[in-house]
Design a protein around this ligand. Structure first.
Ligand SMILES: Cc1cc2nc3c(=O)[nH]c(=O)nc-3n(C[C@H](O)[C@H](O)[C@H](O)COP(=O)(O)OP(=O)(O)OC[C@H]3O[C@@H](n4cnc5c(N)ncnc54)[C@H](O)[C@@H]3O)c2cc1C
Length: 411
């Protein structure tokens, strides 16, 4: 491994920071440049909609590495630095100030950015998004001074902010085009659990409708009008309708892009000198047997080590199952696996759904595809074994909390 080689990482979020760490861990001794367009050194985003937003944790706790880590590890971290384009044939990146930086290998870790909604009033004062720490600060500030918040989109971020807002004493209406929250990711059975959780905490839902206009007669949000004509008063509106992978650089440099940068199971793009990891990567998953793009923390944590191995000439593949967690009110949960809405034929519950202490399993033809443990802990490894073993399970045993998960479950 030549110490004269120069590796560049674009995007200084979780995946970028872990990429730099993995390069040193795996023995790369050359130059590492980590370029990020935010002002903060790499930090984790989950607290932005949870403990940091609620004021129970300091931002310092979210940093991926201590400040001196970058210098100590000879990582040239450049903040407030945006890459404008990649020249793949000359192997350099160009910054917005015109500076060119050569690379031997490049990691794309540009993440994702929140979608907007194309309705009148979408840019009024009081319309909020959540991706960066500054967004979380703005929401926190808003929650301290308003009576009612409208959340557009009942996905993870919308629901987590709804939870924080209710705990701050703010009235919350969640507007969602589907019939239930999280319906596309969880299916009806478990989506009902999240709907009940939020209703119990006083959240109002408006399902199967959308925002027609954000009302802001003098430039400041006063409410929303829905497509069904209903008007809801609110002094702030959070748009939480999902994210798009940040593929600008990849598209412009003609890498293969389709819902993210298309990479193989080793996280290499079509260009052997360029890998991608984290929210921006749409990778072939060898266990699931298909391309998937995962927008979760654990993926941004673990993929970079594989991408780095590929940068260094290795051939290992990324085969971790998607893993996700959330905290809302007193509900904490972990989800392992991946199921598209038309892929499962039943959901089985183990434990007490009413008390919100249970494990849900998504099955297809008697095999477990995914599992979610709600307020039950230390079962991820057992759920993982159930999924990866591909065994046909005994349905009764699976649903019986008295039968240990690691025994007698196979039929
Ligand atoms: C509020 C919030 C809560 C979340 N909660 C959870 C959770 O509870 N559980 C969970 O599993 N996941 C959660 N996630 C998702 C998780 O945070 C993401 O999966 C993770 O941040 C992805 O990391 P990344 O490094 O791939 O991308 P990002 O974190 O998006 O980092 C990419 C970085 O690249 C920068 N960048 C982009 N283009 C350029 C360019 N041209 N030049 C320079 N820099 C550029 C971006 O500005 C950004 O700083 C949450 C996300 C958010 C926003």
């Amino acid at each position: 491994m030549g110490d004269s080689e120069s590796f560049v990482i674009v995007g200084a979020g979780m995946a970028g920071a872990k990429g730099a760490e993995a390069l040193r861990d795996q023995g790369f001794d050359g130059r590492i440049t980590l370029l990020g367009d935010e002002s903060h050194r790499p930090y984790e985003r989950p607290p932005l909609s949870k403990e940091y937003l609620m004021g129970s944790a300091e931002f310092d706790a979210a940093y991926v590495h201590p400040e001196n880590w970058y210098a100590d590890n000879r990582v040239d971290l450049r903040l407030d630095t945006k890459v404008r384009r990649i020249d793949r044939s000359l192997r350099h990146v160009e910054l917005t100030d015109g500076t060119q930086l050569e690379f031997d290998k490049l990691m794309l870790a540009t993440g994702a950015r929140p979608r907007s909604i194309p309705v009148p009033g979408h840019d009024a004062e009081g319309v909020l998004h959540l991706r960066q720490v500054g967004d979380s600060d703005r929401i926190k500030q808003a929650l301290a001074g308003i009576e009612n918040l409208v959340v557009v989109g009942a996905g993870w971020i919308g629901l987590e902010v709804a939870s924080a807002a209710r705990q701050a004493g703010v009235g919350v209406t969640v507007v969602e085009t589907a019939e239930l929250p999280l319906l596309r990711v969880l299916g009806r059975e478990v989506a009902e659990v999240f709907a009940a959780l939020h209703r119990d905490q006083g959240v109002s839902f408006r399902f199967t409708t959308a925002v027609d206009e954000i009302l802001a007669p003098s430039g400041k949000v006063t409410g929303v009008r829905l497509t069904d004509g209903l008007e809801i008063d609110a002094q702030a509106v959070l748009i939480a309708v999902g994210v798009d992978p940040d593929v600008d650089l990849a598209t412009e440099s003609k890498l293969r892009v389709s819902n993210g940068v298309l990479v193989d199971a080793t996280l290499r793009s079509g260009d052997p000198n360029i890998v991608a990891a984290g929210d921006v990567a749409n990778a072939f998953h060898p266990v699931l047997g298909k391309q998937i793009r995962v927008e979760h923390w654990a993926n941004a944590l673990n993929q970079p080590a594989v991408a780095v191995s590929s940068m260094l000439g290795g051939d290992i593949t990324y085969s971790e199952l998607p893993y996700f967690f959330t905290d809302q009110y007193d509900l904490g949960m972990e989800y392992l696996g991946h199921v598209d809405p038309d892929e499962y034929d039943e959901v089985l519950f183990r434990g007490n759904v009413e008390a919100r202490e249970f494990i849900a399993f998504w099955l297809s033809e008697g095999k477990v595809l995914a599992g979610m443990n709600v307020n039950i802990w230390d079962v991820t490894d057992q759920i993982k074994t159930l999924i990866t073993s591909g065994t046909t399970v005994d349905r009764e045993a699976l649903q019986d909390p008295n039968v240990p998960l690691n025994e007698h479950i196979a039929r």
